[in-house]
Design a protein around this ligand. Structure first.
Ligand code: NAP
Length: 352
């Protein structure tokens, strides 16, 4: 396989464990030589093309804690989800030239062992859409809201990190299902976009407004479904305002990821008992058997213009760590993707 022979393999590795807030110096860039060995049955070599920046990857940079999530070793390339082209294959059904999504690392080339799954990207789907419009965050929004939150027409849905990749899709599916939707986001521009483009009912800026007071004003009969992407003080404010039989969907806890302390629990649990409130954590991976149903629904909404996406695509492998940091300052606008090449055209042609 021509492309996989002694190529330069750019990598971003974990230089040191972050102490509190992530710093660019926690990562180090290096160039190694990719010398492939003969593949065993079932193995693949991928040429990585696009990387999805996911907030939870910040948790993977911490030392192993016995928690259920993985920990990246110092000096190892950063683990991520991404899209790639198959450069060599000993796996049936995954030919050279096929495009896939998979768990990859921040590097150009990737050996995939026989036991590791990859998902083929259909010809009609771009890398951007495979990781964005019908990617993991869109599926998370779909399953988290519909299967965990179970919203009913007329109910009040509150969504945090509503201007982001997952949250903006949750908010729009909530509208499609007939809910009154209130979004919480960190800039006026995101709030305006949510109101004007996603047509939600109200949005509040948690950095400039009093979240407790605004939620009380906006949800006079309480919150039926709170879709939590952030945890911390915003989760507490929502939990204190849940309606009878309300559902709290625990999707993420980004407020605590970029710190050296674990995420907070809730105060006043008796209120939740008297409110018969459900708190339900979930992982998108729990629902993958139903993936096709979700992809079909998302695709139909996207085609009909009933769902709009914001995809924040950066170009160039060197941009990876700086782009990743933007998730924690809120300077990403939607699904944050980094293409491995500097331009929209990959080395081997159009980056689609
Ligand atoms: N359970 C699952 O299976 C699953 C799967 C995918 C994602 N998730 C979770 O979903 C959440 C959103 O992920 P995403 O990939 O869609 O990212 P995203 O929302 O596109 O980007 C993250 C956003 O979080 C907000 N944020 C950052 N720090 C914050 C803080 N301290 N307090 C409040 N908001 C903060 C920022 O927006 P603002 O400008 O609004 O601050 C930032 O833009 C994350 O918690 C992630 O872990 C869970």
């Amino acid at each position: 396989v021509k492309e996989a022979m002694t190529e330069t393999n750019r990598q971003w590795i974990l230089n040191r464990r972050p102490a509190g807030r992530l710093s660019i110096d926690d990562f180090a860039y290096r160039e190694t030589e990719w010398v492939p060995r003969p593949l065993r049955p079932g193995e693949l070599i991928l040429r990585n093309r696009m990387f999805l920046c996911m907030p939870t990857m910040r948790n993977w940079l911490d030392a192993p804690t016995g928690a259920l999530y993985p920990s990246v070793a110092i000096d190892s390339p950063i683990m991520a989800l991404g899209a790639a082209e198959v450069a060599a294959s000993e796996r049936e059904g995954v030919p050279v030239g096929a495009r896939v999504t998979a768990t990859i690392h921040w590097q150009d080339y990737q050996l995939v062992h026989a036991a590791q799954p990859v998902q083929l990207i259909p010809d009609s789907v771009s890398y951007t859409d495979a990781l964005g419009g019908i990617g993991i965050n869109a599926l998370t929004a779909y399953f988290g809201l519909l299967c965990v939150g179970k919203p009913k027409r007329g109910e009040t849905l509150v969504v945090s990190a509503a201007g982001g990749s997952t949250g903006s899709i949750v908010a729009q599916i909530g509208k499609l299902k007939g809910c009154r939707v209130i979004g919480i986001a960190g800039t006026d521009a995101k709030c305006k976009w949510l109101m004007d483009q996603c047509r939600i009912d109200a949005a509040l800026n948690y950095k400039t407004e009093n979240v407790e007071r605004r939620l009380s004003e906006l949800c006079p009969r309480g919150i039926d479904v709170y879709y939590d992407n952030v945890g911390g003080a915003i989760l507490q404010a929502a939990a204190d305002r849940m309606a009878k039989f309300g559902r709290i969907v625990l999707c993420g806890q980004i407020a605590s990821y970029d710190t050296d302390r674990p995420s907070d629990g809730l105060r006043n649990m008796m209120r939740l008992i008297y409110g018969s409130v459900t708190i339900h954590g979930f992982l998108v991976g729990d629902f993958m058997k139903e993936k096709n149903v979700a992809v079909e629904a998302l695709t139909a909404w996207l085609k009909a213009g009933a769902l709009i996406l914001r995809q924040d695509v950066r170009f160039g492998f060197k941009q990876l760590p700086a782009s990743f940091l933007d998730l924690f300052s809120g300077t990403n606008t939607g699904t944050l993707l980094v293409a491995a090449d500097e331009s929209a055209s990959g080395k081997t042609g159009k980056l689609q």
